[in-house]
Write a protein that binds this ligand. Sequence first.
Ligand code: MN
Length: 170
Amino acid sequence: MVQKHRATALHYDFRLEAGGVLVSWAVPKGPSLDPKVKRLAMAVEDHPLDYARFEGVIPEGEYGGGTVMVWDIGTYELEGDEDFAKAFERGELTFTLRGKKLKGRWTLIRTRGRQWLLFKRTDRYASKDHEITAEKPRSVLSRRLLAGIARDEGGDVAKAATGDPRGRGP
Ligand code: MN
């Protein structure tokens, strides 16, 4: 699943369930459907499984303070013979996503330290003409934009709105 998160800066938390937790990366620019566009993905701490459907407001001053949207959710299948832990340790994960927005083959590859790159592999779901984060900005659970979530949950609506496409209200 992917959470769109307007904290100190906007980013997309890309999370894969493995070993009983959500193994997680923060992707500042979000995923791209263009296989030529490799997006920085910073490995961050695992999250508990029950966080997968969290959508709402984390109070300012707490870790990750800001507005959280469930931007995509679904299942995935790891490619290859290795288990997740071994592939993670090696620093290369290729998998098929079956989300509501993200589909097909993707790769996460470690460059150095906590820095990874996330990119689409070439298949029928790849596209260089569609910026999916801009075209599909709404929650897959509630259809709300970030500003709408902030408004409903008592968060900072103006700050959340900076993560939404221009010209769209809550
Ligand atoms: Mn985050």
